[in-house]
Ligand binder design. Sequence first.
Ligand code: NDP
Length: 689
Amino acid sequence: MSGILPSYIQGAWWTPADDAGATDVRDASTGEVVARVSTAGLDLGAALEYARTVGQASIGALTFHERAVLLKKLALALTERKDELYALSARTGATKADSWVDIDGGIGVLFSYSGKARREMPNTRVFVDGPVEPLSKDGSFLGRHIYTRLPGVAVQVNAFNFPVWGSLEKFAPAFLAGMPTLVKPATPTGYLAEAFVRILVDSGLLPDGALQLVSGSVPGLFDHLRLGDIVGFTGSATTAEMLRAHDSVQTGGVRFTSETDSINASVLGPDAVAGTPEFEAYVRQLVTEMTSKAGQKCTAIRRALVPAASVDAVIEAVRARIAERVVVGDPRADGVTMGPLASTAQRDDVLAQVARLEAAGGEVVIGSTGTPSVTRADGSVGESPDGAFVTPLMLRFADAAADAVHQLEAFGPVASVLAYDTVAEAADLVARGGGSLVTSIATHDPEVALELMSRISAFNGRVLLLDRDDARSSTGHGSPLPNLVHGGPGRAGGGEELGGIRAVLHHMQRTAVQGSPEMLTALTGVWHAGAAANSAGRHPFRKSLAELRIGDQIVSASREVTLADIETFAHFTGDTFYAHMDEEAAAANPFFPGRVAHGYLLVSWAAGLFVDPEPGPVLANYGLENLRFLTPVSPGDEIRVELTAKQITPRETDEYGEVRWDAVIRNQKDEVVAQYDVLTLVAKQLAAA
Ligand code: NDP
């Protein structure tokens, strides 16, 4: 008999005093007991409080970049021991390819978030959102939006299908935001979640209280939640509905996002007839989505929308590809390409859903609902009733408008083919899903893509356009990517677990702050025009990152602009645009008084005015942002520049950091001629002489 699967609570592994009432968890192929789970006697309230106190304090001490670096180290720790995870994953029914999505996919999420956070977030603890909003004429009263982390715990309630990836996709953004996580995996595959958490704990890298795991059920969990906590749920719409109805969510201010059943569609464009690359790609993708992870993917294609004239061709092509490629059996046997479902309960549930689809007019045209003959672990072939096996199943609906096909999810290797006559009708059918995670469109006709997109975007979290140009490089209909939104409207749950930095901000509160430039500078760590600046002492280019402070400034001397300069610049660069070269034509232009200086000439001169040329800590200029030319400059005008250190971002893993400078070019009347941000890399320390 297997022992009780431990939970990781308050910094220690925990198991109940005895196994009374424990649930058996079984190998998906053989029915053998893999683990037993029980949370009898577990103090959930104390675990949550530990996260809110110890976890919040330890992660809160780190900046976004420090957290990002830790994520990368955690990813490396998992990579080193991923063989252990693969071995266990086979017990859940996952083939090697399925496990790759779950395990390497999960590790990949950590790597991606680590890189994105270091590129796209400041090395601070507060995230500034959007530009300054001027609120007074004299610039003494400004508005700015800032994000600060939620003060509670990020609770994950996960589905059984991706115990590693499903958890890491939520953990990464929560951790970056600065929130501790409590993971509650689904019981049937919780032993794989326990294994990855154990690797992370063993690594010694996790800040105290950053991650806790509950192996087993969580009665009363929501009674302990309060304002400042967030729940990310993945699973059935029924459970989501029940949890969302809890008082803590309804009136207690607990954030609740969910990802639930999604009846995703894949549309074959009218142009993509048999023989076209789009038709081939459509069929390949459909079979992949039906069989990968035995169809137990929230993103799998459930509805294949096909022009009426192509329905038979699609069914035949799918049948042929399944016959050629798909071998159902124990994932540990050679040659098996599709494993069982996660549990016999899940198998029974899928078959019951298929029966409902048949009762609603669906005809099974590929596969059968009987007990299949499968490849066993020892390579023999035959029935294996203790395993949760089903064959890939395709149904055909004569009536594409039948409610059931748009509402019932058979969470297994099951898809239905529906015929459509017009693109508008196809779009209506997509929308009948009531909100989906993803739809794909196989077409090489931009008109078809445009018409569908304009009608279905609002019903989807993601849309994949598949054609001959991207069929080989496409990451596929069913693959959520950490940098793109994963979640969808309506019955898909409305959540957004992934989506790059958007998902991090999900775990933070956006607050509009109104105040003076001085206050906003102090609060955000970003210099705001109007706050104190320091132009005394050494030129800021002579200061290392350790010495430079925001507000350090250089105010340049003035330089006169002459017609000869403009002409020289024009001929030197080849930019002889009439506004610089032809007095009469320039004067006829509503924006110019006559010939004017090139904007690029002014920006180049500004660099010459603010630069300190000797070798020093400034290593490189890597770009300009937000450049605007605001006032034309005529021959005889004078310009000068003010350059102020606006934001300093040390890089955790390099000997230098980024400095964003506020650059303002003014004319002799003090009017702003141009403004922009200059981006430089600056050494952390001055090189030893
Ligand atoms: P459930 O909704 O039953 O379970 C999902 C998670 O919720 C599990 O971790 C489960 O824990 C937990 N849970 C259940 N009841 C409670 C509760 N009262 N309080 C807190 N947590 C609770 O979904 P299943 O995993 O059983 O899957 C059923 C169906 O959900 C599938 O057939 C499919 O239709 C859909 N599904 C959708 C997915 C998606 O990504 N969109 C993914 C997986 C499933 P425990 O396991 O311990 O009961």
